[in-house]
Design a protein around this ligand. Sequence first.
Ligand SMILES: C[S@@+](CC[C@H](N)C(=O)[O-])C[C@H]1O[C@@H](n2cnc3c(N)ncnc32)[C@H](O)[C@@H]1O
Length: 327
Amino acid sequence: MIQKLNYLTVDWSLDYNKLFPSQQPILVEIGFGTADYLIHLAETYPDHNVLGFEISSQSMDKAERKVENKNLTNVRPIHSTGETALAYLLEPETVAEFHINYPDPWFKKKHHGRRLIKRETVDMLASRLVIGGQIMLATDIREYADMAHDILSNTPSLTNTFDTPWVDDLEGRFRTKYEMKSYREGRTGHFFIYQRNKTPVNHPPVIKELEMPHLFLHSPLNTSDVIERFEQTRTESNGVHIAILQGYANPSRNTAVFEVVVEEHTIDQHCLLSLSPHNGDNNYIIQMSTVGYSRPTYGMHRAVHALGEWITSLHNNAKITAMKLRD
Ligand SMILES: C[S@@+](CC[C@H](N)C(=O)[O-])C[C@H]1O[C@@H](n2cnc3c(N)ncnc32)[C@H](O)[C@@H]1O
């Protein structure tokens, strides 16, 4: 059985030595759907390693089954948005090719921000490509093609490999499931291939895990008192949204856990923070619970701080005594 991978369980950034038996140039597909094109890449290019990023669990299941049935060792599907992969998983100048086939069009103007192809994503794609590497994009939506052309052609570090904004056919192309349906329904593809040139690029560093967050506090209230006063809180700072949704006390041990949602750059974590006695005398520590699989991100540090502030606001003699947190 291949190990199932998602953005919370893999290394930030990815350690290719753990993923592939031999080190070879990396091809990436974002939004692989049925995974047939992903498998085609792996079979056609055995001298490359292939990574696929997809948000649909059903597509992930299909991809994992296909990889396993075919015994392929040079391809790994990872449950992640493309945006998260670019920010957390892929180092600058490490990818030979990005393949993006028929990204969701998000037709309504108010949803355009959800489109995969936008200024920020294209800049990240350019950063993660090796010099000489390529982005292959296909869309059957003319308006999406116009928008993609506008962004790609205004990216100094990318060069269009065609004389036209896009081409209507690519000889020998492996057709995806979506593509075949689109052609049957009378639409056609618009195909882009852009190459990374030598123009210097701004390389946003990969977002890494931080050290474990800890906050120490003193409070005359015990954990049952704290939970009795519980109120949902929502805060936002520095682009991090934190919701403390629920609290549960375990009076026999004077501990409590809090259910928290942390939303930060491209990722959401739904996790537990614990409050437990530390060094006697009404002293407590807040830290990430060992339940589940959450990562010590900047947002998680802010969540520990938000919880500490709320608990110490409940009593005049309560105070934060120390913390190991990022500002
Ligand atoms: C229109 S389908 C195309 C599927 C496939 N590429 C094909 O051509 O048959 C778009 C796919 O992208 C996936 N997707 C949408 N947004 C994504 C994102 N931000 N990151 C990764 N995958 C995404 C969807 O789950 C879906 O499988």
